[in-house]
Design a protein around this ligand. Structure first.
Ligand code: C5J
Length: 288
């Protein structure tokens, strides 16, 4: 066993270097309450460094700051499709209260207005399947058919705009209020997550993104899955808690709370106002 693990002798140096950086950053956090942008890891900022206040970090009741490089930050608007917040879409057909998911629309619109024209990248995602459903798991389609009383993924509901969660259908597309503009990226994904069922990871790497500001629906499903995936790959994630919604309010609250556990097990939480304030104060031509 000792022989087999000899490689650890070689790795020790890297581990010590990493732990030194961690100790430095932890010391800085003690003084500044800031999760500072690690230039030793990513290089000097390309855009402007700015800080966003985050809540309940590291403990509930504490306030901290997350520092990011504007040019290495992406604003993610997840699955703001008719199917998840519009009449006769997928969520409506399942019988959920649309006001819970639609609540995210206005805050996301406000954030889009704030970041458009800055060097923060905007990425929209859409959940959906190929028209032949070749990328739709049987169990997913079956469960949707049962909960939808016979109308599931691939079917057209009464007064619907098209086939539920099928690419190219009007109900599958992003709602008009939040529609992407030229220069923004749209990622189509077949799953609840994105890292295993789309090219999002390649896109983020190609854009040089290190920090993700996350919004969209639904909090406990696609938003959480993507945030967890991104967090595992080392992206610094912050959820805008008012710019997201779930099909059940209790699930929304639990999903937001669970991000904050263990000192930020999946990243951090703030809201659209605090993020917009940070953008306006630091990234607007008028600001500096
Ligand atoms: C769901 C999503 N809830 N976008 N999808 O099925 O969260």
């Amino acid at each position: 066993m000792g022989e087999l693990r000899k490689y650890e002798d070689f790795q020790g140096k890297n581990r010590d270097k990493l732990l030194d950086r961690v100790a430095e950053a932890a010391e800085l956090f003690k003084e500044t309450k800031t999760l500072a942008f690690p230039t030793w890891l990513y290089g000097e900022p390309i855009g402007r460094l700015f800080k966003v206040e985050v809540e309940d970090a590291p403990n509930f009741g504490d306030t901290a700051y997350l520092e990011m490089d504007s040019a290495r930050t992406a604003f993610l608007s997840i699955d703001m499709q008719v199917d998840f917040c519009g009449k006769n879409g997928y969520v409506d057909v399942m019988g959920y209260d649309l006001s819970l998911t639609a609540a995210a629309i206005k805050p996301i619109k406000n954030v889009l207005n704030a970041v458009r024209g800055t060097d923060i990248k905007v990425i929209h995602t859409r959940e959906g399947h190929e028209p032949d459903l070749s990328d739709a798991p049987f169990n997913k389609v079956l469960r949707s058919k049962i909960i939808g009383n016979g109308v599931g993924i691939g079917d057209v509901p009464a007064n619907g705009l098209g086939r539920l969660l099928v690419r190219g259908q009007a109900n599958w597309d992003i709602i008009d209020e939040l529609y992407p503009i030229p220069g923004e990226t749209v990622v189509d994904k077949a799953g609840k997550g994105a890292f295993g069922s789309s090219t999002i990871h390649m896109i983020l790497k190609n854009l040089g993104i290190t920090h993700l500001v996350i919004s969209g629906i639904t909090t406990d499903v696609c938003v959480h899955t993507i945030m967890r995936e991104a967090n595992d790959f080392g992206y610094w994630c912050v959820l805008l808690k008012d710019a997201t919604g779930a099909t059940d309010y209790g699930n929304y609250e639990a999903a937001v709370k669970s991000i904050k556990m263990q000192g930020g097990v999946f990243g951090n939480v703030t809201d659209s106002q605090r993020f917009i304030q940070a953008v306006d104060a630091n990234l607007k031509a008028s600001c500096c």
